[in-house]
Write a protein that binds this ligand. Structure first.
Ligand code: GLV
Ligand code: MN
Ligand code: MN
Length: 409
């Protein structure tokens, strides 16, 4: 069994880095908070007896050699960046549980056939650049220099942020792993939903990860005086945007499975007595079925354009990214099921509505995930919570899953 106290204490300790007065955690990629978190995790990796290094996209990696040095590695990890004002479990649980698994193996003198690497992926959340999964894209060999043009709120590009962090954007290709060099990727994560809680179970095995679309919508109208411009002749982009947001809700609701969210909005120039000239807002749209999601997206665009015509404003839609839904491999699911049986947990499977680095790695190796019960299903919020016992239960399932993947051919 893993050491649940050690895991919990590290979760609490890491949870102090980037802590806001509001109680939430903000640890955006390539910031001093993220650097401090990486240094802390690197110190845990060293305590666990791992060889620590960072790759060309800033993924923090701790490696335990296998009996067969050149055998494909089993990767286990998650991320330590956060959303704005997030919680202390989304990401850190998976990284710290992976460190705990390897520390327990080393303390017991467990030698595996395959090398095992703990990975804390760079920028999973995409909070800073509205893009995300930078580290896993880099490792999968799918990250191109052109993608590094995405900018943060202050106009700093991903490439510039990487340079500031001491990375060379021209060398991101070096982070790519060769096909065949990775046996599997497994991640422990909080569920971020209510399914396990309702089933009264501490852990579950993930069947697949929903695919997301991220887009930016820009509505342009005409800036005019708020007092002197009669209502009938206005070209107000914000009122059009409000209508489009209603459409997003209606179209997503129609399918019963799709979820659509507008989480960012900026109004320009932003004066109390000026009809806005321009409004920009984000769209996050997800479904486990790519065809359903895509048809909702098309309906939203069509209705948005109609609204633009009716209100005499321009509506532009920029696709930021589109990820396919991804199935978790039988290899990892079966290893996790067997781990649950060994530990006396019910074997329970569920899909993931949230996205994860496994989506990017699925082209490189078999992937899989294990979920831990989330209190009230809340996450991306300071209220995110999973109990110490459930975190330890998940880490124990992870231990046996990783052991089986790393032992067998
Ligand atoms: C990451 O947490 C995401 O699903 O957006
Ligand atoms: Mn996460
Ligand atoms: Mn998240």
């Amino acid at each position: 069994m893993i050491n649940g106290d050690r895991l919990w204490n590290r979760l609490l300790e890491l949870g102090t880095i980037g802590k806001q007065p509001s109680g939430g955690i903000t640890r955006l990629s390539f910031t001093k908070e993220e650097r401090a978190a990486k240094e802390k995790v690197a110190s845990y990796m060293k305590e666990a007896g791992l060889a620590v290094y960072e790759d060309a996209v800033g993924n923090l990696i701790g490696r335990k050699e296998g009996k067969e040095k050149d055998a494909p590695a089993v990767l286990v990890g998650s991320h330590i960046d956060s959303v704005y004002n997030g919680g202390m479990f989304d990401g850190p649980l998976g990284v710290l549980a992976a460190v705990e698994v390897l520390q327990t193996m080393n303390e017991r003198g467990v030698k595996t056939k395959h090398p095992i690497e703990v990975v804390a992926f760079t920028d999973e959340e995409g909070a800073r650049f509205s893009y995300g999964m930078i580290g896993s894209r880099g490792m999968a060999g799918t990250l191109s220099e052109e993608e590094l043009v995405h900018q943060d709120k202050h106009g700093i590009s991903l490439a510039a942020a990487m340079e500031e962090a001491g990375l060379d954007p021209g060398k991101i290709g070096k982070a790519a792993r060769r096909k065949g060099s990775v046996k599997a990727y497994v991640e422990l994560h909080i569920e971020q939903g209510r399914v396990l809680e309702q089933a009264n179970l501490p852990v579950g095995i993930v069947t697949g990860i929903a695919g997301l679309i991220w887009a930016k919508l820009t509505v342009k109208g005409k800036a005019e005086h708020a007092g002197a411009t009669p209502m009938p002749i206005r070209r107000d982009p914000l009122v059009a945007a409000a209508q489009i947001i209603q459409v997003i809700e209606q179209e997503a609701k129609k399918t019963g499975t799709t979820v659509g969210t507008v989480g960012q909005m900026q109004v320009f120039p932003g004066g109390i007595n000026i009809i806005p000239e321009r409004v920009e807002f984000s769209l996050d749209l997800r479904d486990l079925d790519a065809a359903v999601r895509d048809s909702v997206f098309l309906s939203i665009i069509e209705r948005a354009k109609q609204i633009g015509n009716e209100r005499n404003v321009d509506v532009a839609v920029e696709l930021l990214q589109k990820m396919p839904p991804v199935l978790c491999s039988e290899l990892v699911q079966n290893a996790a099921k067997e781990a649950c049986r060994q530990l006396g947990f019910d074997v329970f499977t569920l899909p993931s509505g949230a996205s994860h680095d496994g989506v990017q790695l699925a082209g490189l190796c078999p992937i899989g995930m294990i979920f831990v019960r989330s209190k009230d299903g809340v996450s991306h919020s300071p209220e995110e919570w999973s109990s110490k016992e459930d975190c330890a239960a998940g880490a124990n399932v992870l231990y046996h899953t990783v052991l089986s993947l790393a032992m067998t051919a």
